[in-house]
Design a protein around this ligand. Sequence first.
Ligand SMILES: C[S@@+](CC[C@H](N)C(=O)[O-])C[C@H]1O[C@@H](n2cnc3c(N)ncnc32)[C@H](O)[C@@H]1O
Length: 319
Amino acid sequence: MDSTRSSPGWWRRLPADPLRRRMLLAAAAAGSGALATAPLLRAQTGAGDVVYVPTPQVVVNRMMTMARVGPADFVIDLGSGDGRQLITAVAKFGAKGGRGYDLDDELLRQASENAKKQGVADRVAFMKRDMFETDVSAASVITLYLLPTLNLKLRPKLLTELRPGSRIVSHDYNMGDWQAEESVTMQVPEKQVGNPGVSYVYLWIVPANVSGNWQWKLPGGQPVEVSVRQRLQDLEVRGTAGGKPVNVTLATLRGEDVRISALVDLNGRTLRHDFTGKVRGDAIEGTLRLFDKAETSTPWTAARTGGRAASIDPSAGTR
Ligand SMILES: C[S@@+](CC[C@H](N)C(=O)[O-])C[C@H]1O[C@@H](n2cnc3c(N)ncnc32)[C@H](O)[C@@H]1O
């Protein structure tokens, strides 16, 4: 047996958290290069709230595809390890830039070195920052490979600081009761840690806050008044048109894109109305498709009347 792995000092350095212990031990048991020797262990254990385990490259690629990373994106990796998430985002997927935050000096050094080797050092920076104390509002994409508890702890921060429409991709761990927009299970034979051989990838899109009361007019001038209750991206919409209740058959929100389908009584006839638009603060601008004898499209503009809920995340303030 490798003497460094049986030394008492090594065991003492194991974290108290059972999941962190398991991740570290699984990697060590597999003898996988990164954790096999004492100097490497010290250099690559990571620092802070979770041990260092790299995301297999095939999973990183899938995370980028799922987040649809492209030239408009600024990517932040929270707990950036050797930098592979951010470097892949910029070097392979053309992101305009990004930041990686970690607490481990050696990993930060390696990540900067890797960025130089991949020719992206001018567009990325790896910095010693605690992810819980660092503003992430510049990001359009956040990448995570942490632990379930840390994802949950980050959740209110991400929902508050990120712009609507920003994407969050996470390797292996979900966000509690915040339903992912997309998720995938991958067979990854080379993966030794966590769930060996399997990786889970999740995507969330930060929803706009559309809670509160809204008003607009139908093409015939009838006033529409709706009230929206919102929990994360889930909406409950009730309202009236021309003073009569409307039957809302569908209400969805993906980032800043809202869609409301409703059956509206107009002059004794019930007609389907599809409202789709982009939320911009206290206004929505988009299109109304009205299904009468023929389908017609007209511009749709809605305005919020009054305030909105302070938070759309029921867990905010409770963690
Ligand atoms: C599981 S590794 C993920 C590495 C990389 N993101 C990847 O996907 O390959 C988690 C990283 O988070 C870092 N870390 C732990 N707690 C942190 C904190 N509070 N702030 C910043 N980084 C932290 C560790 O040093 C480690 O490098």
